[in-house]
Design a protein. Structure first.
Length: 140
């Protein structure tokens, strides 16, 4: 089975991290968490093009990549993480997230206080910290 490849943006301004708040109801159980904007790589697209396109589709903003901070991999997927800054637009929910939104699959654009990051249900906190410290790697 091929792994799903995706790119995620870590966008921080004024000590706030731009995220999606997610609420999913699965078999009557409510799950609430935060996720970084980004999504799946399309054929012929670079990882840089991928993350810029996904953030624009999902949040209606244009970003500039500041640096690559790393990747995470599991049995189903590989995610690449990029530190970025917003250069144009105001974040609003759009794209597939807006289309798929329902009572059981809720999305909301939010800002998380970086100082409270340890208390939030967000994966890839290590990547967020690398972006904060501008610990960039070479994309291989």
């Amino acid at each position: 089975m091929d792994k799903r490849i995706s790119s995620r943006a870590i966008i921080i301004k004024d000590n706030k991290l731009l995220v999606f708040f997610r609420r999913k109801v699965i078999d009557g159980v409510t799950h609430e968490y935060y996720s970084l904007p980004g999504g799946g790589l399309e054929k012929g697209e670079s990882l840089y093009e991928n993350v810029k396109r996904e953030v624009n589709e999902e949040m209606g903003i244009d970003i500039e990549i500041l640096g690559y901070v790393g990747k995470s991999e599991d049995e189903k997927s590989i995610q690449y993480f990029f530190h970025a800054k917003r250069v144009k637009g105001t974040p609003v929910l759009g794209g597939e997230e807006l289309e798929r939104m329902s009572e059981n699959n809720y999305y909301e654009v939010r800002y998380l206080d970086i100082d409270n990051l340890d208390n939030e249900n967000l994966s890839a906190k290590d990547m967020v910290r690398k972006a904060l410290n501008e610990e960039y790697s070479e994309l291989k």
